[in-house]
Design a protein around this ligand. Structure first.
Ligand code: DGP
Ligand code: NA
Ligand code: NA
Length: 214
């Protein structure tokens, strides 16, 4: 079957970090870079606000609706599950996916509200594990200084401090690379490109897909 061990495939590259850490800009720059090199590559993001589940999430984030903390947690997870099979198909067809936020946001943000850490991890079990997590590291205070937050539900300094603490608990996996996001945009970009290219090559050589939480 396609994608069995030894088969060439695309890489699953996830970007994580606090709000205003620069993920969205870096994802865009990386996309252009890989495209120019001739790679098959797509940019994805979670939450994906275009689906019906995504619209419920968007309405919650913009304070247009209220939901129980557990309920919204499961919706964020469902939003990843509804994309899982398409994700696998793309990777096996050789397309590299650059993903702006994933299950780590799920755990870091929800447990910042006081939900149990392991309970938060559970619904993510069985989703595809990223080949690489690029963590854009920025102190919450610095992120807050960057032109201010947009006013969505989680964009407050005290909350982001808790999120940063939770990311630290998730960070120990061997697939994480920590990049200092306080550097100039171009320096972050250069570092990101080097790290990602290595992983794209490893996946081309037939690294097997794995599943969370590995
Ligand atoms: P973004 O579109 O990347 O700005 O993300 C929207 C907000 O939602 C941001 O504050 C991070 C948060 N977020 C992203 N994914 C999840 C998730 O799975 N669970 C929770 N609770 N929050 C998330
Ligand atoms: Na945001
Ligand atoms: Na973002």
């Amino acid at each position: 079957p396609l994608g069995a061990k030894g088969e060439s495939r695309g890489a699953l590259v996830v970007f994580e970090g606090l709000d205003r850490s620069g993920k969205t800009s870096q994802c865009g720059r990386l996309l252009s870079f890989l495209e120019e090199l001739g790679h098959s590559v797509e940019l994805w993001r979670f939450p994906d606000r275009t689906t019906s589940v995504g619209q419920m999430i968007s309405s919650y984030l913009t304070n247009k609706s209220q939901l129980d903390d557990h309920t919204i947690h499961l919706l964020f997870s469902a939003n990843r599950w509804e994309k899982r099979s398409m994700m696998e198909t793309k990777l096996k067809a050789g397309t590299t996916l650059i993903v702006d936020r994933y299950s780590y946001s799920g755990v870091a943000f929800s447990s910042a509200k006081g939900l149990d850490f392991e309970w938060c991890k559970a619904p993510e079990i069985g989703l595809l594990a990223p080949d690489l997590v690029v963590y854009l590291d920025i102190p919450p205070e610095k992120a807050a200084e960057r032109g201010g937050y947009g006013g969505e539900r989680y964009e407050q300094l005290e909350f982001q401090r808790k999120v940063a603490q939770n990311y630290k608990l998730l960070k120990d996996s061997s697939s994480w690379e920590i990049v200092d996001a306080c550097q100039a945009l171009e320096d972050v970009e250069k570092q990101v490109k080097e790290i990602v290219l290595q992983h794209v090559m490893t996946c081309r050589k037939g690294k097997a897909l794995s599943y969370l939480w590995s």
